[in-house]
Design a protein around this ligand. Structure first.
Ligand SMILES: *Cc1c(COP(=O)(O)O)cnc(C)c1O
Length: 452
């Protein structure tokens, strides 16, 4: 019987994060000041982030040591298992071998604690007493709440009002870990109060919640801000996933022909891909990398590679990314974690150089893949992760059509046990496949700054 699960001992939790910036063919374009459009220095980020994270953000070092205290907390769920999807392969009757790295075993049920723990640690090291952040459906908020709790830091989460009402259980998780959670727009910030005055029924948006969290952090000496994706240091922390996977693929006696991840801001995909990418950039391998995004928010496949803001309010530095426009409001698909208007600059840089491919799928096709996965491999995937599964299944079907073997590795970024309402809708045939909102994107693209 072929081995199904590949476990590493705790001593194999990576000792360093891998920084792909050290191996890029060309340096990525620098972030620019939102007003002057000049490249920004680290000091511009100092009011929001602890210095050590800012250093990582701009670092060219290939390996950055993981502090012992962070590795100690990683031990709760790391190393995460690599599993061969033998039952799925059988159902697809494919000659392909499908492997997945499972990140759903973390306390919050996704890959996000890999960076939340690191971020909370560096904040604590620099004497920060309190962290403010935003959350949509609650995946990032719950990960940061867990991490702050581990380090005795207060955590304030601005949760988009519509989710606060509709998705109460992630809010409960945050409160169990001691975070204070308010519906955004809230009465706690100037930004929130202004929006409530203009529109007392505002359901909120991620953009509004970011504005509130950033204002909170900027106004208080004891508080910093924290982001769960997109930024270089977040992608860096996620590389524990790919480093473990390299060793586990060795145990399996295989090397992936294609590495797949779902992509919202790009952090879980990058976390699995970048350690394998290193071998491609060194010319040792010809591995393919495939980012899978939702058809209703397709920043890689339909966006433009331009300087844009990271947030709706236009408060962040300008970053060169594939973007649909920072004011673009994607349709309310169930994969809430993939509803981001742009994509991590590092991932976009590798997309531009042809080292990463991308594909977009609609949500019914993804839930169909997720349901097949649940009925074969057993795990109910997060709606976000279902995009990676769709990508992996299509690769396996192509292999079958070509009558060739193919080794496929994808990231199962989280479980879907708090997303069962989405599965209810899918099973009842109530999921809408939104058309790509071309007109709304055209409009949003008009609000981009002109950078020569
Ligand atoms: C947040 C989230 C994502 C999307 O974020 P990335 O930064 O693109 O990884 C994907 N899967 C799960 C389970 C998430 O919680």
């Amino acid at each position: 019987m072929a081995t199904k699960k590949f476990f590493l001992p705790e001593s194999e939790i990576p000792t360093h994060w891998y920084n792909v910036a050290a191996d890029l063919r060309t340096p990525p374009p620098p972030p620019l000041h939102p007003a002057t459009h000049e490249p920004i220095g680290p000091e511009a980020l100092a009011p929001l982030f602890p210095m050590e994270l800012i250093k990582q953000e701009v670092s060219g070092e290939r390996y950055i040591e993981i502090p012992d205290e962070v590795r100690e907390i990683y031990r709760i769920w790391r190393p995460s298992p690599l599993i061969r999807a033998t039952a799925l392969e059988k159902a697809l009757d494919t000659p392909a071998k499908i492997y997945y790295k499972y990140e759903g075993g973390s306390p919050a049920g996704s890959h996000k604690p890999n960076t939340a723990v690191a971020q909370a640690y560096y904040n604590r090291q620099e004497g920060v007493k309190r962290i403010a952040t935003e959350t949509g459906a609650g995946q990032w908020g719950s990960s940061l709440a867990f991490a702050c709790n581990q380090f005795g830091i207060e955590c304030k989460v601005y949760m988009v009002r519509v989710s606060y009402g509709q998705k109460p259980y992630r809010r409960s998780m945050m409160q169990v870990w001691g975070a204070s959670v308010v519906a955004s727009p809230s009465a706690d910030t100037n930004a929130g109060r202004a929006i409530r005055e203009a529109d007392p029924d505002s359901q909120g948006s991620l953009g509004i919640a970011i504005s509130e969290a950033v204002e909170d952090a900027a106004m208080r000496e004891d508080t910093k801000y924290s982001l769960g994706s997109v930024l270089n240091h977040v992608l860096l922390h996620q590389t524990v996933i790919g480093q473990e996977a390299i060793k586990q693929m060795e145990m399996a006696g295989d090397y992936p022909d294609v590495v797949i991840g779902c992509a919202g801001g790009g952090s879980n995909a990058a976390g699995l891909m970048f350690p394998f990418m290193k071998e491609r950039l060194e010319g040792k391998r010809n591995t393919r990398f495939l980012a899978v995004e939702p058809a209703s928010c397709p920043s890689l496949t339909k966006g433009e590679y331009r300087y844009d803001f990271g947030d709706v309010a236009g408060l962040t530095p300008l970053m060169k990314m594939r973007t649909l426009g920072h004011t673009f409001m994607p349709p309310g698909i169930h994969a809430g974690g993939l509803r981001y208007h742009a994509m991590a600059p590092l991932l976009c840089h590798l997309f531009e150089s042809g080292d990463i491919e991308a594909v977009a799928y609609r949500q019914n096709a993804c839930f169909e893949a997720a349901t097949l996965f649940a009925r074969t491999e057993g795990i109910v995937p997060a709606p976000e992760s279902s995009h990676a599964i769709r990508g992996a299944i299509d690769e396996a079907v192509t292999a079958k059509e070509e009558g060739k073997s193919r080794v496929i590795l994808f990231n199962l970024s989280g479980h879907g046990l708090l997303d069962l309402a989405a599965y209810d809708d899918y099973l009842a045939g109530k999921l809408v496949d939104d058309e790509y909102p071309a007109e709304k994107v055209r409009e949003a693209m008009r609000s981009l700054p002109e950078i020569p």
